[in-house]
Design a protein around this ligand. Structure first.
Ligand SMILES: NC(=O)c1ccc[n+]([C@@H]2O[C@H](COP(=O)([O-])OP(=O)(O)OC[C@H]3O[C@@H](n4cnc5c(N)ncnc54)[C@H](O)[C@@H]3O)[C@@H](O)[C@H]2O)c1
Ligand SMILES: O=P(O)(O)OC[C@H](O)CO
Length: 331
């Protein structure tokens, strides 16, 4: 494959829009699939995605815009998926072309509800994509800061180093630095779990806990994450690296965080439904909480924070009471 290969981005939300922006710094052509036809037309005419990161201006001559997922995937050697995990299976029912030989890149930070698998495992088991052709684009990075060209660090995980380097070259620019790793499982689980911890941070904030408690919560969260990932996939990894701890911190502390925002509303007394309706964006942590909780039944990692968030979101327990109990389990 060439140094700058053919890439397709699947999704029309904030993260897909940010990824297309990163790629457009290097590639002369990018295929971009989104299901929303009127958004596509708006990009063609006004050069902006009207719904997400609308300040970003695109050169449409660089874009092969389509609302046919098959066209985008047929074109590409590398396919970057950036739609929320809850909608991936539905989107893939429209797929009629083969994924054979393509590098599948997950930029999704979630578990596929239908299979309870992280995205790479889902593509491996459901679509027979070999692990060598699966990559993960992750790291502490908010789409909104990409739009502002604020310096951000990504991690590209892939067992085939050559593919990781190609993706890393394609997204790097004066505001993006990317490093590579072969931990395709651990980086994905970290991205899933940090969303749940960010929901917990938001709930705590909504309940009136302060910065001191948040620091304690984060300190417990990274230890809980380490234990969970170790049970699921044992390998030598440094949990303090930016793809694990870094991502947890940005999501837990940033005001841009969808998951923290969602949690904050829950802490303030919103129901799950009303909090979701209030946001134009998806908080992956809501779905991840159920999947991680269920998954952990087979692993038995000690996860008091995940359990507390699960009790609140799925068993309708009072956040105040659940957090009071949780505070007794943290140190
Ligand atoms: N936003 C970020 O900063 C960021 C950073 C890293 C990773 N991610 C990950 O990227 C993925 C996409 O998140 P996002 O932030 O771009 O989402 P978003 O909340 O900005 O946008 C929601 C997206 O979901 C789509 N959608 C809504 N309902 C749908 C349905 N019924 N069927 C199909 N699609 C539907 C919308 O069209 C839109 O593309 C998530 O897994 C997220 O964790 C996001
Ligand atoms: O912080 P959130 O909840 O918006 O998630 C976005 C990204 O995963 C941050 O790296």
């Amino acid at each position: 494959m060439n140094e700058y290969p053919k890439i397709a981005v699947i999704g029309g939300g904030s993260w897909a829009t940010a990824i297309v922006k990163m790629l457009s710094e290097n590639l002369t052509e990018i295929a971009w699939y989104m299901r929303n036809e009127s958004a596509l037309e708006e990009i063609k005419v006004n050069y902006h995605n009207p719904n997400y990161l609308s300040s970003v201006e695109f050169d449409v001559d660089q874009l092969r815009l389509t609302n046919d997922i098959n066209k985008a995937i047929s074109y590409a050697d590398y396919v970057i998926f950036a739609i929320p995990s809850a909608f991936l299976s539905q989107e893939m029912t429209n797929l009629h072309v083969s994924l054979e030989g393509k590098v599948i890149v997950s930029a999704i930070k979630g578990i596929i509800p239908e299979t309870s698998l992280i995205v790479g495992e889902h593509f491996h088991q459901t679509y027979n994509v070999p692990y060598e052709n699966i990559a993960v684009l992750t790291g502490p990075c908010h789409a909104e800061e990409v739009a502002l060209e604020r310096l951000s660090y990504l991690t590209i995980a892939c067992q085939t180093e050559e593919y990781a380097k190609v993706i890393s070259n394609c997204v790097s620019s004066h505001y993006i630095k990317a490093k590579t790793t072969d931990d395709i499982i651990g980086t994905e689980y970290a991205a899933v779990l940090k969303n749940i911890y960010a929901v917990a941070c938001g709930i705590a904030h909504g309940l009136g806990y302060g910065d001191n408690f948040q620091a304690l919560l984060m300190s417990n969260a990274i230890r809980e994450m380490k234990k969970f990932i170790k049970k699921v996939h044992r390998m030598k990894r440094n949990i303090n690296n930016s793809a694990y701890l870094g991502d947890l911190l940005v999501t837990g502390y940033s005001l841009f965080s969808r998951n923290r925002m969602f949690g904050n509303m829950i802490g303030k007394g919103y129901t799950v439904k009303s909090a979701q309706m209030e946001m134009n964006m998806i908080a992956e942590g809501y779905y991840a909480t159920k999947s991680a909780y269920e998954l952990n039944k087979q692993y038995g990692a000690k996860t008091p924070i995940i359990n507390a968030v699960y009790e609140i979101l799925y068993n309708g327990k009072d956040p105040k009471k659940v957090f009071r109990k949780l505070t007794e389990k943290l140190d």
